[in-house]
Design a protein around this ligand. Structure first.
Ligand code: TYM
Length: 329
């Protein structure tokens, strides 16, 4: 049986946080156990240069994601690990052809584009506008039908589906229309009270490499209230903390705390301590594996080279077909 490829990626922004882990990595690890699929875990370093970045730190940031993938459970016997720039020539060329079927107006309407344009008003570049088209190239190069990503990536998947439909109808390609593979952590909240956990918002995240003390410190900064009220808050700091309780300690524990909130009251010091221990219990084995991997760079390098070689074979076949069907013979 020929296995179906599943592609997903994380930008090369350094160490992973719990949002990346619960929203994406865990979904990938779940699918890795399914015989039907072969997984392609990618570090998308070319996407990382579409907004201002530090060129001296990029390769270390890429490597940090590589290590976090392997430490979390990417099994090179089953899955591929791809550093995107190793096949950047193929993905970028494919993205260029895909950009011929997407209008500027459509791309300017994307919420992610608008957000980034607001964050970096002096860097609203062609590369930024084309970011989702490059993502479509990543996914469609491998005909990935499922894409494990967080909810925030939905608008990008919609672009990918549009590209697929247009390439199929205009040029007779046979691209799938990829769907999001959802995990229970599709939208991990920020520790800061509002919005989602994000690398670009200080105080919002916990990294996979954080030790117990750091986790406690980060949780200590999460906003709370008096611990008591008539009804349990549905948004803001307390609601977010309760969501973390559910994600790391289960639904019953959450219900227990909710009952306390409308009863005798929650002592947040106790809740945060218990939560920190539960998060650390999940991260500790990952950190142990990471420390071992750090001592074995030759092995990591070999996994990267092997992934690039296999990915190149597949992506170059897709690119050749696209060129041929577009009349670029
Ligand atoms: P990026 O690097 O922003 O995030 C990587 C993955 O982590 C998920 N994520 C979250 N999930 C739940 N809650 C959160 N708070 C949270 N924060 C981040 C994201 O949804 C994502 O799955 N455009 C992509 C990278 C990309 C890609 C691709 C993904 C490029 N090409 C092809 C899939 C397939 C991005 O910026 O992810």
């Amino acid at each position: 049986m020929k296995k179906k490829l599943i592609f997903s990626g994380i930008r090369a922004t350094g160490r992973l946080h719990l949002g990346n882990y619960l929203g994406m990595v865990k979904g990938m690890l779940q699918l890795q156990e399914d015989e039907k699929y072969q997984l392609l875990f990618s570090v998308v370093d070319i996407h990382a240069v579409t907004t201002p970045y530090d060129k001296d730190k990029l390769s270390q940031r890429t490597y940090d994601v590589v290590l976090d993938y392997l430490a979390s459970g990417l099994d090179p016997e089953k899955s591929l690990l791809l550093v995107q720039s190793k096949v950047g020539d193929l993905h970028a060329e494919l993205a260029f052809y895909f950009s011929t079927v997407m209008t500027v107006a459509r791309m300017q309407h994307l919420p992610t584009y608008k957000e980034k344009a607001q964050q970096h008003p002096d860097n609203v570049t062609m590369a930024l506008l084309n970011y989702p088209v490059l993502m479509a190239a990543d996914i469609l190069a491998y005909h990935s039908e499922l894409v494990p990503v967080g909810i925030d990536q939905e608008p990008h998947l919609e672009v990918t589906r549009e590209v697929a439909r247009k390439m199929n109808s205009l040029y007779g390609m046979n691209f799938p229309e990829p769907k999001r593979f959802a995990t229970e952590g599709g939208k991990v909240p920020s520790l800061a009270g509002e919005g989602k956990m994000s690398k670009s918002i200080e105080g919002s995240y916990i990294n996979l490499t954080d030790d117990l003390e750091t986790i406690k410190k980060r949780l200590a900064g999460a906003p709370t209230d008096s611990g008591k009220g008539e009804s349990v808050p549905t948004s803001g700091g307390v609601a977010n903390l309760l969501q973390f309780v559910e994600l790391f300690m289960g639904e019953d524990k959450r219900k227990g705390y909710e009952a306390m909130y409308v009863g005798e009251g929650i002592r947040y010091g106790d809740l945060k301590n218990e939560l920190a221990e539960a998060i650390y219990a999940e991260l500790k084995p990952i950190q142990k594996r990471r420390a071992e991997l750090e001592k074995n760079p030759e092995y990591v390098e070999q996994v990267i080279e092997e992934g690039a070689k296999k990915a190149r074979q597949i992506a170059s076949a897709t690119l050749a077909e696209v060129k041929e069907k577009m009349g670029l013979k």
